[in-house]
Write a protein that binds this ligand. Structure first.
Ligand SMILES: Cc1cc2nc3c(=O)[nH]c(=O)nc-3n(C[C@H](O)[C@H](O)[C@H](O)COP(=O)(O)O)c2cc1C
Length: 182
């Protein structure tokens, strides 16, 4: 039973990482295993919209023609039972690394022969660590994008600086619940 958590913050000890670790802690306590993957450390190019019609090999072959870390990340998704996207809230929205990753992923996930993504359980976490505004808007946006990727979105968890301690408890319980429901 494996969980992969894609963290869209550079801070290894930041709020988004803490929220991710709380979820993973509950998951591991209930018998699962998993890892955190920090997206800003990786090479994820933006989508180049290769052809004039906006498509490219993502549509014809279900793979991107760019050579970067995307194939490794897609294999991590395919090898997991549950995929988590944890983003800090920037301007009431997703972080840039989370967006670049999902902009590319949704195209690949749409390919008719793509296996191992459609129907996979996914969960989103959005952490607004500043004034606290924008967390619920961010979860709405992230949830829609994950649904476009054809994930089975099991939950979306907004957190803000002011309620982070409470949400860490909720996330730990959510990790246990996920492990017991897979
Ligand atoms: C470019 C930028 C935009 C931000 N926008 C918001 C925001 O809309 N709402 C908010 O509460 N915090 C905002 N913040 C603060 C971050 O959410 C906060 O620093 C958060 O703790 C970052 O996550 P981390 O601790 O995992 O690095 C912003 C920070 C940055 C760098």
């Amino acid at each position: 039973m494996k969980m992969v958590i894609f963290v869209g913050s550079r801070g290894k000890n930041g709020r988004t990482a803490s929220a991710s670790r709380a979820l993973l802690e509950g998951f591991v306590e209930a018998g699962g295993e998993g890892e955190l993957v920090f997206l800003p450390d990786l090479n994820i190019e933006r989508c180049k919209q290769c052809q004039d019609d906006g498509w490219g090999t993502c549509r014809s072959e279900g793979r991107c023609s760019q050579e970067d870390d995307m194939p490794t990340l897609i294999e991590k998704i395919k090898g997991a039972d549950i995929v988590v996207f944890a983003t800090p809230v920037y301007f009431g929205s997703l972080s840039e690394s989370t967006r670049a990753f999902l902009d590319r992923l949704r195209r690949i996930a749409w390919h008719e022969k793509q296996e191992g993504i459609a129907g996979k359980k996914a969960l989103g976490i959005c952490v607004a660590g500043g004034g606290g505004g924008g967390a619920s808007e961010c979860t709405g946006e992230l949830g829609r994008i994950l649904a476009t990727c054809r994930f089975d979105v099991v939950d979306m968890v907004p957190a803000r600086r002011q309620n982070l301690d409470l949400k860490l408890e909720v996330l730990k319980l959510t990790g246990k619940w996920l492990a017991n429901s897979i």
